[in-house]
Design a protein around this ligand. Structure first.
Ligand code: GAP
Length: 457
């Protein structure tokens, strides 16, 4: 059987969605570049997310914080001390592995929470083989901090190491006080952010599933402690509405409750929304009840009072936090996996289609003159000029019409418009719908209202 991920990776390269990073230098592992259609897809996802979670909500505001935060913020958040994975190296072939993944894959044993020396004992037991060279000769398990470090030219009060943020969340916590002081927000309220995060992952891979530079879309929703359970459920529900909006296949989505003893250092409850990727069921998104951990830590380390004053109840308190978090790259990968379809047509040709939802498709409409005749071209270009002010539209006059349809199918374009000789007389065009391939005639001056209805959220 063909590996479905392989087909997706190949289409992404061939059609300008995603290229391997630094390819002309022989590549730079686990980095990727988004080509013209990938960049459109990514932008559509982020814009729609912002619309759904910021613009449509009365109680969420957005920010755009820095990637580099004061180094003490990462000490306060626990990342300097606890954002580690345990790793081991194969002494024979020098490959590096995450110990938990190695043991889980070969011994089917979940080792979350055990000590480094216990891990080393298991590795010495002679049951685990190096997946690369087959030897059983590993170094002792040791911690590896996942934060990327960079050096500052100017020392800021003795700190010359800065960290590239491993999550966008902390930039939100650092602005919580400014938002309270300047925005007239009242608890409960949320702060949202979309931005880059960096992790020095030991075993990245599976295309863009686990990369070292990625984007997160996160909300920190500030509440009173007593409301955490209801708020958690309501945000989990909002996350599912989002999955629906972007057209993810419900049957491939699942909730995975984290066991109490495996929760991150800041969380009292975490649920992952997992997705059935071709390489297994894995985390797509997550929601965590971060309690008042982060704000308390930042209050202590920054020596700044971060209490909220509730003037109705006349009391001060540190708010608790519910955090829905979404990875942009994993969204793209799940959407590609859902959308990728190969169909056998009546003429025995195979048609490859990306069945993206209309809202996130990189190109919304393609306009073709049936043939390269001046009057057909002019009419097509007029339609293209009119529609491109409203949507991402492509104009294509090259090659047989069937091939032009196939090309747009592979890009996931929901509608193609063809201008033919009848169009010159009846001012109508043919619209072809991507999934059904059905065609219908429509008047040119009704195109705008037709698409307005089709692309309405
Ligand atoms: N602020 C909470 C947080 O960062 P996380 O589960 O570590 O939680 C949130 O990450 C989301 O970011 C994940 O659900 C996933 O979508 C995405 N993500 C995490 N690590 C990633 C990586 N190495 N590559 C791509 N996406 C990643």
């Amino acid at each position: 059987m063909q590996d479905p991920l392989k087909n997706i990776v190949s289409l992404c390269k061939r059609r300008g969605f995603i290229y391997p990073g630094s390819e002309i230098y022989g590549g730079f592992a686990n980095t990727y570049s988004y080509g013209p259609y990938g960049a459109e897809l990514k932008k559509n996802i982020k814009d729609l997310w912002w619309k759904f979670f910021v613009q449509f909500k009365n109680d969420v505001v957005g920010i755009d914080g820095p990637i580099l935060l004061h180094p003490l913020a990462w000490k306060a958040s626990g990342h300097v001390d606890s954002f580690n994975d345990a790793l081991t190296d194969c002494r024979q072939c020098k490959s590096r592995f995450r110990v938990d993944q190695l043991i889980e894959a070969q011994l089917n044993k979940d080792i979350e929470g055990i000590s480094l020396s216990e891990m080393t004992e298991i590795l010495k037991d002679d049951k685990v083989k190096c997946p690369k060279c087959g030897q059983k000769d590993f170094t002792e398990a040791r911690h590896f901090n996942l934060m990327f470090q960079t050096e500052m030219s100017k020392t800021d009060k003795g700190h010359n190491i800065a960290y590239l943020r491993p999550e966008t969340a902390q930039a939100i916590f650092l602005e919580y006080k400014n938002i309270i002081d300047t925005m007239r927000v009242k608890i409960p309220f949320g702060i949202a952010q979309i931005g880059k995060a960096f992790r020095n992952e030991i075993t990245p891979g599976n295309f863009v599933f686990r990369v070292i530079e990625f984007e997160q879309m996160e909300i920190e929703y500030f509440i009173e402690e007593k409301d955490w359970k209801a708020s958690f459920e309501s945000w989990l529900n909002e996350m599912k509405k989002w999955c629906d909006l972007i057209g993810l296949n419900k049957n491939k989505l699942h909730d995975k409750e984290h066991d109490k003893e495996k929760l991150s250092h800041y969380s009292k409850r975490t649920v992952d929304i997992t997705y059935d990727f071709p390489f297994g069921t894995n985390e797509l998104y997550g929601i965590a009840y971060r309690t008042d951990f982060d704000l308390k830590q930042h209050q202590e380390f920054s020596k700044t009072n971060l209490e909220y004053f509730d003037n109705v109840l006349n009391k001060r308190f540190i708010p608790h936090v519910i955090e829905p978090t979404f990875g942009v790259e994993r969204t793209i990968l799940a959407l590609l996996c859902d959308a990728y379809t190969e169909e056998l047509l009546e003429n025995n040709e195979t048609r490859t289609v990306l069945k993206f939802s209309k809202h996130i498709a990189p190109v919304k409409i393609a306009v073709f003159p049936l043939m390269k005749k001046e009057d057909l071209k002019k009419m097509s270009l007029d339609i293209f000029d009119q529609l491109k002010k409203l949507y991402k539209v492509e104009y294509d006059e090259a090659g047989a019409i069937g091939r032009r349809y196939r090309r747009q199918d592979e890009l996931g374009t929901p509608y193609c418009i063809t201008v033919d000789f009848d169009s010159l007389n009846d001012n109508s065009v043919t619209i072809r719908e991507r999934d059904s391939m059905q065609q219908k005639r429509i008047k040119i001056d009704e195109l705008e209202s037709f698409f307005q209805k089709e692309f309405k959220i």
